[in-house]
Design a protein around this ligand. Structure first.
Ligand code: BTN
Length: 327
């Protein structure tokens, strides 16, 4: 259904400043007048400003900030990431949609990306929800089939953080830090979170879904998270292009992902360590779901676990958890 809306919106965008006759649109899209009217209403409900009606014709009021596959595809320089795209105006969660695609046995090529303009049930790590307002953020999930055992799966989440770090820094010029394991911060506040979910056999990851939520153009964040989260727009003082950042990210991620296949985990661990101020010498407290671990960070082990030097000098290697506080 959303693919049809994309076709209609793309047709309107091709004639940006002009009024396009409803008759012609319906004919080009091979649909009835009543279907066209229904689709226009759906686009309007998704926040796209369209003037006019069937008999006067339709005109876009402003260029909408919508991540249309028709706009993304011609600009892709990747081999696998984003080559197969799904785009939604509304979905519950792009990670959940990806999981449903796989569960229903649909053919999902590696690198498939699901993008949503808004999520009605965006999910964060550790059972939290993810604020997913329309147009403000970038919400997408990638489907991967890494040839790796489950013990290496966290590396791909770190790789995603590195790729988004590089894309955002390059495009916005902001200083971005990576908080272990995979939150992106600017000025100590969170701008991006990553939710990875895997299906695995004992010795092989069958499917990995990596979901990314980037606070791009929020003018403000909900009160309950405003103290610890921000957006690129707030931090930089101007609107940022979600499209440009997404395209940069696809290329960055693909390079790191392909490097993994050729060279193994080393380059992911090295890059993460280079770009994260949390890698070394930070005093932190981590909750791993069972325990609290406090100490000084001493880099990553080759599998991407964070090494923490505890009071007595012993090193604890932590694979997952949440940094509760840091200095
Ligand atoms: C976190 O808690 O930091 C992870 C947030 C991940 C949010 C993204 S938005 C796109 C994808 N779909 C979801 O439901 N969650 C992830």
């Amino acid at each position: 259904m959303d693919r049809k809306l994309d076709e209609l919106l793309f047709a309107l965008m091709q004639n940006m400043t002009l009024t396009v006759s409803g008759e012609k649109l319906a004919k080009d899209l091979r649909v009835s007048h009543s279907t066209l009217v229904r689709w226009i209403e759906k686009l309007r409900a998704a926040g796209i400003e369209i003037h006019g009606e069937l008999f006067t014709g339709y005109r876009l009021v402003r260029l909408p900030d919508v991540l249309l596959p028709q706009v993304i595809r011609p600009r892709l320089h990747t081999r696998i990431i984003g080559r197969n795209l799904y785009h939604f105006y509304d979905v519950d969660s792009t990670n959940s949609f990806a999981a449903r695609l796989i569960a229903h046995g649909r053919k999902v090529p590696e690198g498939t990306v699901i993008i949503a303009e808004a999520q009605t049930a965006g999910r964060g790590r550790l059972g939290r929800s993810w604020h997913s307002r329309r147009e403000a953020g970038l919400y997408f999930s990638m489907v991967l089939f890494p040839k790796a055992p489950p013990s290496l799966a966290p590396l791909f989440t770190l790789a995603t953080a590195v790729a988004m770090h590089n894309a955002v820094e390059r495009y916005t010029g902001l200083d971005i830090d990576i908080k272990w394991p995979n939150d992106l911060l600017t000025g100590q506040k969170k701008i991006c979170g990553i939710l990875s979910e895997i299906q695995a056999e004992v010795d092989l990851v069958k499917t990995m879904i990596i979901g990314v939520g980037l606070n791009a153009n929020h003018e403000e964040l909900p009160e309950d998270i405003a103290g610890r989260a921000t957006s690129l727009r707030i931090a930089s003082g101007h609107i940022q292009s979600r499209l440009e950042i997404l395209l940069e990210f696809f290329e960055e991620f693909e390079t790191i992902y392909m490097d993994f296949e050729r060279k193994g985990p080393r380059s992911i661990v090295d890059q993460w360590t280079r770009f994260s101020s949390f890698a070394n010498g930070r005093k932190i407290e981590i909750h791993d779901g069972v325990r609290k671990i406090t100490g000084i960070t001493r880099g990553l082990n080759p599998l991407g676990a964070l090494k923490i030097e505890q009071k007595g000098g012993q090193i604890e290697e932590v694979y997952s958890g949440d940094v509760a506080s840091w200095e």
